[in-house]
Design a protein around this ligand. Structure first.
Ligand SMILES: C[S@@+](CC[C@H](N)C(=O)[O-])C[C@H]1O[C@@H](n2cnc3c(N)ncnc32)[C@H](O)[C@@H]1O
Length: 262
């Protein structure tokens, strides 16, 4: 984790400490039995099905992180561009691509302004809660950018926390064990006025060292997102309760939305 506190949280959060202590597949939660890799394989199958990708296409993985979807989609023959703001993540992603001998066009850029050409993509994906990091105007700019790079009839798939279910299962404090005797405390506060959740994470390592992280994410309902997407010229076609294609209910932890550029 960079100690440059002048960077906004979304630039600095998803780096080494995130993978060491919070995310699946990182050193603090290694994928020893391969279940995380298998889940990602299944997600990629769903992504292709949902987007209707029957032949190789130009696809943007917006906020690609360490490239787990990008690399697999490139293995399936798609011409993939992976955009992320974090050079750390793009480095991990490039190593993955090299390991699997696939070409992906990695690009360090902000999701609000990718610098990609208008009408250059057949499909855009945004996976694993990589939206809602700005105020409503900033989040709208992301949707506008998606519409800008998509060709007419191009599709956009986004995978978010389902706000309806979050409201039912909201827990102000949660403790969990991490590897090597570390403990993770997650504190959540939901602001009904802004529709945003602020999370404070504290990892207490066995030797007493503490690592703290805070971030605020705007949570959208499907109906709000539909209106926001419409403003960008994106029409919602379908929604699911997860990347396994199950029905969306108020208990679904995830909200997966497919939209088409009109
Ligand atoms: C929750 S991770 C999701 C990563 C990936 N999609 C996945 O499924 O593993 C969010 C990603 O968004 C990236 N990110 C955060 N703010 C960004 C921004 N303003 N523009 C582009 N990428 C951003 C982070 O660096 C991180 O890789």
């Amino acid at each position: 984790m960079s100690d440059d506190s002048s960077r906004p949280w979304y630039e600095a959060l998803f780096e080494r400490d995130w993978y060491d202590y919070f995310a699946r597949g990182g050193p603090g939660s290694p994928d020893t039995d391969g279940s995380y890799a298998r889940r990602t394989d299944a997600e990629v199958e769903f992504i292709e099905r949902a987007l209707g990708l029957t032949e190789p296409c130009d696809l943007l993985d917006l906020c690609c992180g360490p490239g787990r979807h990008s690399v697999r989609l490139a293995q399936r023959g798609h011409r993939v561009t992976g955009v992320d703001i974090s050079a750390y993540n793009l480095q991990q992603a490039a190593e993955q691509a090299e390991e699997f001998a696939v070409e992906v066009a990695w690009r360090e850029a902000d999701m609000r302004e990718t610098g990609l050409a208008a009408l250059s993509q057949d499909a855009v994906i945004n996976m694993f809660t990589a939206f809602g990091f700005f105020d409503d105007d900033g989040n709208q700019r992301v949707l506008d950018e998606v519409a800008h790079v998509l060709r007419p009839e191009g599709r956009f798939l986004i995978d978010l926390v389902n706000r309806d279910s979050l409201m039912r299962r909201h827990q102000p404090r949660m403790w969990s064990d991490r590897r090597n005797g570390a403990v993770l405390l997650q504190e959540h506060a939901f602001d009904s006025a802004t529709g945003s959740q602020t999370t404070h994470w504290t990892v207490v390592k066995a030797d007493g060292e503490r690592i703290a992280q805070s971030f605020t994410v705007r949570m959208y309902t499907l109906q709000e997102l539909e209106l926001r997407m419409a403003l960008a010229g994106l029409e919602v076609e379908e929604a699911w309760g997860g990347l396994d294609g199950k029905a969306l209910t108020m208990d679904s932890h995830r909200l997966v939305v497919l939209a088409r550029k009109a």
